[in-house]
Write a protein that binds this ligand. Structure first.
Ligand SMILES: [Zn+2]
Length: 615
């Protein structure tokens, strides 16, 4: 928003002052954490009137660039439609923050009364403020390398024909390879992917690799397979296969990461690519993202450095792989890698694979058996022991489970672990069920008993809903994809996610899907599982904050919490529900720091901005 203010600012001599103010401010938060509006805060006023009043006067004559929001200045926002997500104080039209914390939120008169003065003032002209969105299942870091590749995902090239056309224009990399990302045979209009028979005529001599949108497969042309030494006699690796046609010839479809990562790894991720990915998230109103594919110490260290890079634009909550080869050595040391923006709370594991990939564990199997026959990805005993180990180490299990069979395995393991460690330890740990695409009602009730928290992969309803209806789970179970209404009814603090890069990071679009439940062809799936716009916003704010253990810091706009918020052009709770996906993010602010601006300026000269004390 280019939050430029009135020119009052802070000089060097104010640094010490603000240090004093900062500590006083913390005392204010601690002693008055629950107060809002008019109560903001007599204690604060009484204690700090002299101090800060005098100091801001002293500083206000000095001009210096040091007064950007997020540094020392108090910022006051007025004339906004603020959705606080705090049930005690749900709507407000003004908010003030200093440093990374909210100092007051409520009616403008009350907020002004709570302030001694301020340095920045913005009239939002009726625009909406919501808490920053929390993307509860993301691969911000690991997928950031692919952002440097040509994108031929069905989101940008809806047909294979369009994808091939774009691919033809891609410049080879330094090794002479054409590399692209995002192919998905289930989403292209033609229902097929770039196998070698279509790649070879276009690229007879240039090696081509196209990474699958899911991250779990790749396509190669014949020249690429020749160069990596892959032929029809190559045995399939554990956990993957090289697809062959009916004549036994390789098709160029390499399924499962073990089938291609050793031949042609993803482009490396760097702090720079991660900063770019964080800015993409910020542009969608996201202030907290996540990385649930931290596979080893090397990746964790890269993520740590990325979150410390200048301009990194989101908080990140991480999940360390239970299969990491350095698991024993690293888990006790995960805390050493945390930064201001990075917290490692979870250990990530999987009880099944992907629905559209044919590896989900559906209790009653696939509707179309040719889609797949995925079972659990390990025995019940294996998951019992693993989840118990995670509990005993004090980490929170994040268990990927798409099918209802997989969810049974996950919940059995949680019940076992909780029985072993007892209620005191269990109470400290918030297990997460990732995806929960097909659940039965009683499973959601069991989640509530086990205090397990689902994050739903709601975007499947839109992108793969028709495939699920027709082939994966069939017409009946397709009505229960991401059964969010049942989850809310069971009392679960449910969240939802885009799982980028599998679907694009876009919370408002996802909220639209959860509220309207239409597939890309317009077919309504499970109207009775639709949630309200307010519930959808809860899923992306307060509920996700709870799942990440951040409820004291984020998810709602309250005094003492982080100034993490987004400015929207309209209020998603007031527009026609069908319009939610068209609501635009105008600005995103992370801890008082502007991380995204659509170029909208709110500057107004406030005649009161330079005044101090009551007006
Ligand atoms: Zn994922």
């Amino acid at each position: 928003m280019v939050l430029r203010g009135g020119g009052n600012s802070v000089s060097v001599s104010c640094a010490a002052v603000n240090h004093v103010l900062g500590s006083e401010h913390e005392g204010f938060n601690a002693s008055d954490a629950s107060s809002q509006g008019e109560a903001v805060s007599r204690v604060f006023l009484a204690v700090s009137l002299l101090l800060s009043g005098l100091l801001i006067v002293a500083c206000s004559d000095v001009t210096d660039d040091n007064a950007a929001p997020g540094n020392n200045g108090m910022t006051l926002l007025v004339n906004a439609d603020i959705v606080t997500m705090n049930p005690q104080n749900p709507v407000a039209d003004a908010m003030a923050f200093r440093g990374d914390r909210i100092v007051a939120v409520g009616a403008e008169a009350q907020v002004r009364d709570a302030l001694i003065g301020y340095q920045r003032f913005f009239d939002l002209e009726g625009r909406t403020i919501v808490p920053g969105f929390i993307e509860s299942h993301d691969h911000l870091f690991m997928s950031s390398g692919t952002t440097l590749l040509a994108d031929i995902s069905p989101f940008t090239t809806p047909t294979l024909e369009a994808a091939l056309k774009k691919l033809s224009a891609v410049e080879p990399d330094d090794d002479g390879w054409v590399v692209a990302f995002g192919a998905d045979q289930t989403l292209y209009g033609e229902g097929r992917g770039p196998t070698s028979d279509v790649l070879d005529p276009l690229f007879p001599e240039t090696p081509v690799v196209v990474f699958h949108l899911s991250g779990h497969a790749a396509f190669m042309n014949s020249e690429a397979m020749r160069r990596v030494g892959l032929d029809k006699s190559t045995p399939n690796p554990q956990g993957g296969f090289y697809e062959k046609d009916s004549d036994g010839k390789l098709t160029g479809y390499l399924s499962g990461q073990p089938a291609f990562l050793h031949l042609r790894p993803y482009p490396s991720v760097t702090p720079e690519s991660a900063v770019a990915a964080s800015l993409d998230r910020a542009a969608k109103g996201i202030t907290t993202s996540s990385e649930f594919a931290i596979m080893n110490a090397f990746i964790l260290d890269g993520l740590r450095r990325a979150t410390e890079a200048p301009g990194f634009a989101t908080r990140v909550v991480g999940g360390y792989f239970s299969t990491a080869s350095d698991y024993e050595e690293m888990v006790p040391r995960l805390g050493n890698y945390e930064t201001d923006l990075l917290k490692i709370r979870f250990i990530k594991t999987w009880t099944d694979g992907s629905a559209q990939g044919g590896t989900a564990y559906l209790r009653d199997g696939y509707y179309d058996p040719t889609m797949g026959k995925g079972g659990a990805q390990g025995s019940q005993e294996y998951f019992n022991d693993l989840v118990l180990d995670i509990y005993q180490r004090g980490y929170w299990p994040a268990i990927h489970a798409n099918g209802d069979g997989a969810t049974d395995v996950a919940l059995n393991a949680l019940e076992y672990a909780q029985g072993e460690v007892g209620p005191d330890v269990s109470a400290q740990i918030r297990p997460q069920i990732i995806h929960a695409q097909v659940t039965r009602k009683e499973q959601l009730e069991r989640m509530a008993e086990l205090k397990a928290l689902p994050t739903f992969f709601t975007t499947h309803v839109y992108y793969w809903g028709d495939l699920h209806y027709e082939r994966t789970v069939g017409p009946q179970l397709a009505q229960r994809l991401s059964a969010m209404n049942d989850a809310f009814s069971a009392g679960l603090a449910a969240s939802m996610h885009n799982d980028p890069p599998v679907t694009p990071a876009d919370p408002l679009s996802n909220m639209w899907i959860a509220v309207n439940r239409r597939s890309s062809s317009g077919r309504v799936l499970g109207a009775d599982q639709a949630i309200t716009p307010l519930q959808a916003l809860q899923a992306y704010t307060t509920n996700a904050a709870y799942q990440f253990g951040m409820e004291d810091e984020a998810g709602s706009l309250e005094v003492g919490k982080l100034a993490d918020f987004a400015v929207l052009d309209r209020n998603p709770l007031k527009v026609d529900p069908d319009e939610i996906r068209n609501v635009r993010v105008l600005n995103t602010v992370l801890g008082g720091r502007l991380t995204y601006s659509a170029g909208v300026l709110y500057d107004r000269v406030d005649p009161l901005g330079a005044q101090v004390g009551k007006r």
